[in-house]
Design a protein around this ligand. Structure first.
Ligand SMILES: [Zn+2]
Ligand SMILES: [Zn+2]
Length: 332
């Protein structure tokens, strides 16, 4: 899922090809193009004689047929789910059964949404910092696909593959269970880093802006030569792309702080969104507000904004955590 179009960089491929896009890497694009999924979800077949499938894609029989045709009877050793959003994971169990392969997904105790059987929906450690600020995150909005991985991946896991193992990087932020795969400077970057648009980062418990930014900072230190994202084209200058994404987020953060300055009084996410985007098209407002809330939560965690205390009518004891969506923020 994506939020805001960013300027294309000089090394961005004009359009991603379907078919063989690199040594031992085949792209099969799912037929689920939309405003949120761009030209569709990218499913990658890794290897030649023996395959790993990354991000099986949406539960669409046309995509299953296209994948089985591209696999062409070759042995599939693993179906890897990069994160449990339905556009990446919906087909996981069906494809795994069809090719007789195990499903691998991050399973480090992070839930993957209300539908996330196998990971569990509860997430005791996540959002604790929010409660420390007197805020409650509320329920998840973006339910994950119901996947029950046969093998739980974690940061640093190695996925054995033809041509060398892929290293798992746990990159939460867009989703709690989001992983990227890395080998020889090639990053399969999922929805964490994309060239066509910046990622949607929802507020907790779905997303985590601080974790997302930490993940970008980590990628900025790695010697990457190619990024293959979950949507849209490959990118041959990941360092420049990551730098652009970090700058984009920092600019958004500054715009939110400036809006709080202009407003002068405690403002909720809706008021901040209207101040940051005075001429937003109606259909874009919900996503913009989620992004603003994600930034506000992170700015509160860093102590750059404070959360206005609720009035006595809303919270007679002054102890109930304020839901993030209705909390009012002001400059610290
Ligand atoms: Zn996606
Ligand atoms: Zn996603």
């Amino acid at each position: 899922m994506t939020e805001t179009r960013i300027e294309p960089g000089p090394k961005e491929s004009p359009k991603a090809e379907t078919g063989i896009i690199g040594p031992g890497i085949t792209l099969v694009r799912a037929p689920n193009a939309s405003a949120m999924t761009h030209t569709g979800t990218n499913t990658y077949l890794l290897g030649e004689a023996r395959l790993i499938v990354l991000d099986p894609g949406p539960a669409d029989p046309r995509h299953l047929a296209a994948l089985l045709a591209a696999i062409g009877g070759r042995p599939v050793e693993a179906v890897v789910v990069g994160h449990a959003h339905a556009d990446h994971a919906g087909l996981a169990s069906t494809l795994a059964r069809a090719v007789g392969a195990p499903v691998l997904a991050h399973g480090g105790g992070h839930g993957v949404g209300q539908g996330g059987a196998g990971h569990g929906g509860a997430e005791p450690e996540e959002g604790d910092w929010l409660r420390g600020l007197g805020l409650a995150a509320g329920p998840r909005r973006f339910a994950g696909a119901a996947i029950a991985p046969d093998v739980a991946l974690a940061e640093g896991s190695l996925i054995a593959a033809e041509g060398g193992a892929w290293q798992v990087l746990h990159t939460p932020g867009h989703a709690p269970d989001h992983i990227c795969l890395l080998r020889d400077g090639v990053l399969l970057s999922g929805d964490h880093v994309m060239a066509w648009s910046s990622s949607v980062i929802a507020p907790p418990p779905d997303g985590d802006m601080g974790a997302f930014m930490a993940g970008l900072a980590r990628l900025a230190r790695l010697p990457l030569r190619r990024a293959l994202p979950g949507h849209g084209p490959a990118h041959d200058d990941p360092a420049a792309l990551v730098a652009r994404l970090i700058a984009h987020r920092r600019a958004r953060e500054e715009a939110i702080l400036a809006a709080l300055d202009r407003l002068g009084t405690p403002a909720d996410g809706e008021a901040v969104t209207r101040a940051v985007y005075p001429r937003l098209a109606p259909g874009l407002e919900p996503m913009a507000r989620l992004t603003c809330l994600a930034h506000l939560a992170e700015l509160a965690r860093c102590g750059r904004v404070s959360v206005a205390p609720e009035g006595p009518a809303a919270d007679p004891d002054g102890t109930a955590p304020t839901p993030l969506a209705t909390a009012r923020f002001l400059r610290a």
